[in-house]
Design a protein around this ligand. Structure first.
Ligand SMILES: Nc1ncnc2c1ncn2[C@@H]1O[C@H](COP(=O)(O)OP(=O)(O)OP(=O)(O)O)[C@@H](O)[C@H]1O
Ligand SMILES: [Mg+2]
Ligand SMILES: [Zn+2]
Length: 420
């Protein structure tokens, strides 16, 4: 019955200290200061996308408030209070899921005991998850207590949809916005967890997982669980491709390299492979869009790689492709791919939609060379007049003033293709 005792990775590796919380340094610093200086607000609102650490932080804060062995702002993670709170089983910490308890009576039930003193720790902490789901009357019932709770009570509200929270509640809470965890941070965390699990993921595998999850750490851990379950503790990149129906990033980059070089056939062959191997076409297109976004950032950062969320060994290739397409070209590529992804699910002939899109991408690379052409014409026009006067220079091709009609043609082309 060993399987029954298996704890999913996301639960097993729920951070027990603020130091373990990945990718939210602004929140850790602010909360740590509040705790060590004993200026903890009465009510908090934690917002941000799924699986980025809201519930975890709520429990850490509750632990820090009640742990008898706290060091600085860090709860010890080991005393009975810390262990029970981390597992969501502590008497002094009431967790409520507003998604399934949204009525005013649910809130009244929970709040009936606010005056009761804590059983073990110094504080009673009420954590209300998905708080945006509360009904209007439930919000009103909550409002009064949040405004003036007894001194031994703290509220921590969490939500993925802060825009649905009434202003009256917002203005009474200290708000913390959780950001999506970056790919590099996710990869590092997954590496630590693999080491602890004595797992040996293949090259590029963890990166591929990180790319799938859009900054959600819980999703990343669930994907890893899935891989371990299907493939054992040494999953390879190809396993991830098979299990998740995706095409790995190195292959996508190779495709974009070929398309940037104008190789339309590579696009057709790629479409064939995707369709013949039964991949999830929409997922593959989403990965291509995500890679294009990275290329856009590379192009926009103009050679400065600081702050780019890409593996260092990939950067030179990314730069080459980004240069080939150019920033205008990449904007167009992103539009074509997004449009393709939107259409492909409804299309009668999805394969044709994908093929034509990829062929168009191969043409974008050629269009860009037109931009280079323009800049060559530009330098011809900018050539110093003295050289034009000298007979030798005047004979050299391209080194003369443009006639009025030529200049007008160049300007029209520039307008059309957006070149500077
Ligand atoms: N910032 C993070 N650092 C480390 N681990 C994290 C982080 N965020 C999430 N996790 C992992 O994902 C699990 C779920 O996180 P948590 O419950 O805190 O997410 P959440 O933001 O409350 O998500 P939801 O919006 O779905 O409620 C944790 O147990 C932990 O393993
Ligand atoms: Mg949560
Ligand atoms: Zn403790």
């Amino acid at each position: 019955m060993a399987e029954l005792a298996y704890t999913v990775l996301a639960r097993k590796y729920r951070p027990r200290t603020f130091a373990d919380l990945v990718g939210q340094p602004h929140i850790v610093t602010a909360l740590s200061n509040a705790i060590t200086t004993n200026r903890v607000a009465q009510a908090f609102l934690l917002t941000g996308s799924r699986g980025t650490g809201k519930t975890t932080t709520a429990r850490l804060l509750a632990s820090a408030l009640n742990c008898p062995n706290r060091k600085g702002a860090e709860p010890c993670g080991e005393c009975a209070s810390c262990v029970d709170i981390t597992n969501g089983e502590d008497l002094d910490v009431t967790e409520m899921d507003a998604a399934s308890n949204s009525r005013v009576d649910d809130i009244r039930d929970r709040l009936a005991s606010v005056e009761t003193r804590p059983a073990r720790g110094r504080y009673r902490v009420f954590i209300i998850d998905e708080v945006h789901m509360l009904s209007t009357s439930a919000f009103n019932a909550l409002l009064k207590t949040v405004e003036e709770p007894p001194p031994h009570v703290k509220f921590i509200l969490a939500t993925t949809n802060p825009e649905k929270i009434p202003e009256t509640i917002l203005s009474r809470c200290q708000r913390y916005d959780f950001r999506r965890v970056t790919m590099n941070e996710i990869v590092t965390r997954l590496e630590e967890i693999c080491a602890a699990e004595q797992a040996t993921p293949g090259d590029g595998l963890l990166r591929a997982v990180a790319e799938l999850v859009e900054g959600g750490m819980r999703d990343a851990l669930s994907r890893l669980d899935q891989l371990f379950a299907f493939c054992g503790l040494a999953p390879k990149l190809e396993d991830a491709e098979r299990v998740f129906g995706l095409v790995s990033r190195p292959k996508l980059l190779t495709l974009l390299e070929a398309l940037a070089a104008g190789d339309a056939k590579a696009g057709i062959l790629f479409a064939e492979e995707v369709f013949d191997s039964g991949k999830d076409v929409a997922e593959v297109l989403a990965s291509l869009v995500s890679l294009t976004r990275t290329l856009l950032m590379v192009a926009a950062s103009g050679g400065d790689s600081v702050g780019l969320d890409v593996p260092a060994d990939e950067l030179p290739r990314l730069k080459t492709v980004a240069d080939r397409f150019g920033i205008h070209g990449l904007v167009y590529v992103a539009e074509l791919l997004t449009d393709c992804r939107n259409r492909v699910r409804r299309a009668a002939f999805p394969r044709v939609v994908v093929e034509t899109t990829l062929v168009k991408l191969a043409l974008v690379g050629r269009l860009e060379s037109l931009e280079n052409l323009l800049s060559r014409l530009d330098s011809a026009a900018d050539a110093p007049a003295a050289r034009v006067e000298s007979p030798a220079a005047a004979d050299a091709p391209g080194k003369r003033d443009l006639s009025d009609s030529e200049q007008a043609a160049v300007d029209a082309l520039k307008r059309k293709f957006g070149a500077r």
